[in-house]
Design a protein around this ligand. Structure first.
Ligand code: ADP
Length: 271
């Protein structure tokens, strides 16, 4: 049962996964789920990589919509829940698949949520023995809540590779990154680095670049320098990213030459 905590045998399922990466953000709305989805698409464009996404945002699961698998059903087998495959080498699991309607809100108190998260992590059959995952990305809720502690507690058994922290260039978002860093250090999660999202906007007409947020790009870089953490990359604001997400399609595959796609590719190299 969930109350007893992780079952050591079942965490073995995650041990075979090469890289388990938590995607964290101090605030909602900075683009964490967007980053998770497009990063997964960018990774899986290498056919030799097996990639999985798990949406642990119990109260706001948006991954099924933005990855175009909203109406899928998940199936169970003797080995647990089978994730939804959206490409041969890209699978997705979300609490959203278990809700009766896309509009239903999940209002649960901490212990029930934590029980579900552990069950969720424990019972998904990610590792088909012949093809273990290379990357499993965890899209988490914003902030550092009970859910994060549950995930970290569960994953400790199978070792988290590290966390990627998503922020916008805004001072108020950067302040929250400090809290995330503090959380990672206390929870002993390696920090892979920071991604600055919506870092600037290139006008499609005049091609001039505008800074959207005060204090303009550069805040994340100085924060990273100050705290000794890598800045993995800066992704520009591109309305086509939002559009691709609304249609559940891959921005990086359909816009291979855009600056945002190049930013995703360089983040893969920097990780
Ligand atoms: P979070 O998961 O942090 O709450 P989302 O990923 O849902 O944030 O993103 C919030 C909104 O910003 C969405 O409407 C998304 O389409 C948009 N968005 C995120 N990143 C970008 C970007 N680089 N360019 C344009 N729109 C973006």
């Amino acid at each position: 049962t969930t109350a007893k905590g992780p079952d050591p045998e079942r965490t073995e399922v995650l041990v075979g996964i090469k890289h388990k990466i938590l995607i964290l953000s101090g605030k909602g709305g900075v683009g964490k789920s967007t980053f998770t989805s497009q990063f997964a698409f960018a990774l899986s464009s290498d056919e030799d990589l097996e990639v999985g996404v798990v949406d642990v945002d119990i109260c706001g699961p948006s991954i099924p919509k933005i990855m175009g698998c909203e109406n899928e059903q998940i199936h169970t087998s003797g080995k647990g829940w089978t994730p939804v495959y959206i490409q041969d080498n890209l699978s997705v699991m979300s609490i959203g698949f278990m809700l009766p309607s896309n509009d239903d809100a999940v209002i649960w108190r901490g212990p029930k949520k934590n029980g579900l998260i552990k069950q969720f992590l424990k019972d998904v059959d990610w590792c088909d023995e012949s093809r273990p995952l290379d990357f499993l990305l965890f899209d988490t809720p914003p902030g550092t809540s009970d859910e994060h502690l549950s995930i970290v507690q569960f994953l400790r058994e199978s070792q988290i590779t590290g966390a990627v922290l998503i922020t916008t260039p805004q001072e108020v978002a950067l302040q929250d990154v400090r809290k995330e860093i503090d959380f990672c250090r206390k929870a002993k999660i390696p920090i892979l680095g920071v991604v600055e999202n919506m870092a600037g906007f290139v006008c499609p007409n005049c091609h001039g670049e505008s800074k959207i947020f005060y204090p303009t790009t550069g805040g994340a870089k100085s924060l990273c320098d100050e705290l000794g953490i890598p800045l993995l990359g800066s992704i520009p604001l591109d309305p086509s990213i939002g559009k691709a997400c609304d249609f559940g399609s891959s921005f990086v595959d359909t816009n291979p030459d855009s600056p945002a796609t190049k930013a995703y590719q360089s983040i893969i190299k920097n990780i």
